[in-house]
Design a protein around this ligand. Structure first.
Ligand code: MN
Length: 258
C-alpha cells in the first residue's frame, strides 16, 4: 500500500489512537487524566499548563539500570540530551503551524520540508526518549506474556525470532537512530529502524508507519561511555532491562484503538 493510501485508510491512526500510546507526553488535559488513572504509568505529564513541553522525570533512579546502563550515561542522556530536545522543540514551535498541538499530533504531522526540520528532530527526540525511559526498568527482561507474547509469536514465529530481528535492526542502523517494535494499521507487530530522531509515527516520512510499543536508542550517546564501540553488547544487555509490562501496556492501548 502506498503511503498516501495508508494515510487515508489507516483505521488505527485516528487522533485517539495516536494519543493513547504515549499519553504521558501529550499536552491535552484528556491525556493527563488517562495518565493519572494508569497505575503503571509513573511518568508525569510532559507539558506545563502553558503548553510548553517539559522534561518528564525518570521513572527510576539514574543508577537503577546499572550495570547495563551506567549512572553517568543516564544522567547525561536524560538531563542533557533529552532536556535539550525539549528545549529546542519549544523553540522550534515558536511561529510554527504545529504550535499548540499535542506531541502525538506533532510527530504524525511533520514532513520532510525544511520548515519542519527543527520540529521533526526535536519533537521526535522528545517522543522517542519519553517512550524509551518507560520501556525499561530495573530487574526487567523477563519474556513478554499474554496477548503481547501471542502477537509476537504470530508476527515473528517466536520470541527468539523477534529478538533476533530487533537486535539486527538495532545493530545495522548506520550512524544514529533507533530500532522499533511497532503496530501497523492491520494491528500486526513489525520491526523497523529509523535514522536520527525519526520514528514510525511520522506517517509522512517513514517507509512503514506504525505505533511504536518498544524502541532502542542506538545513538552513541546512549551507550558510548560504558560500551565504547561495542554496540552489540549494549543491545544484548538492553534485553535484560526491558519493561515488558510497559511494552504490553503500549501494545494494549495501541491495539484497543485499532
Ligand atoms: Mn538518546
Amino acid at each position: 500500500m502506498k503511503k498516501r493510501d495508508f494515510l487515508k485508510t489507516g483505521a488505527i491512526f485516528t487522533a485517539g489512537a495516536l494519543i493513547a500510546p504515549l499519553s504521558s507526553c501529550s499536552s491535552s488535559e484528556e491525556s493527563k487524566d488517562q495518565s493519572s488513572n494508569t497505575p503503571t504509568d509513573s511518568i508525569p505529564p510532559a507539558t506545563t499548563s502553558a503548553g510548553e513541553f517539559t522534561l518528564p522525570e525518570l521513572p527510576y533512579a539514574e543508577d537503577a539500570l546499572e550495570p547495563y546502563i551506567d549512572k553517568m550515561t543516564m544522567n547525561i542522556h536524560h538531563g542533557k540530551h533529552h532536556a535539550g530536545y525539549v528545549k529546542k522543540l519549544n523553540k522550534a514551535l515558536q511561529g510554527h503551524p504545529l504550535a499548540g498541538k499535542d506531541l502525538d499530533s506533532i510527530v504524525t504531522s511533520v514532513s520532510e520540508d525544511d520548515a519542519d526540520t527543527g520540529v521533526r528532530n526535536n519533537g521526535g527526540g522528545h517522543y522517542n526518549h519519553s517512550l524509551f525511559w518507560k520501556i525499561m526498568k530495573p530487574g526487567g527482561g523477563e519474556a513478554p506474556t499474554g496477548d503481547l507474547a501471542k502477537a509476537i509469536d504470530e508476527a515473528f514465529g517466536s520470541y527468539d525470532a523477534f529478538k533476533e530481528e530487533f537486535a539486527k535492526a538495532a545493530a545495522t542502523r548506520f550512524g544514529s537512530g533507533w530500532a522499533w517494535l511497532a503496530l501497523d494499521k492491520d494491528g500486526k507487530l513489525f520491526v523497523s529502524s529509523t535514522p536520527n530522531q525519526d520514528n514510525p509515527m511520522m506517517l509522512k516520512i517513514v517507509e512503514k508507519p506504525g505505533i511504536p510499543v518498544l524502541g532502542i536508542d542506538v545513538w552513541e550517546h546512549a551507550y558510548y561511555l560504558h560500551y565504547q564501540n561495542r554496540r552489540k553488547e549494549y543491545i544484548d544487555n538492553f534485553f535484560k532491562i526491558i519493561n515488558w509490562e510497559g511494552v504490553a501496556e503500549n501494545y494494549t492501548t495501541a491495539k484497543g484503538n485499532a
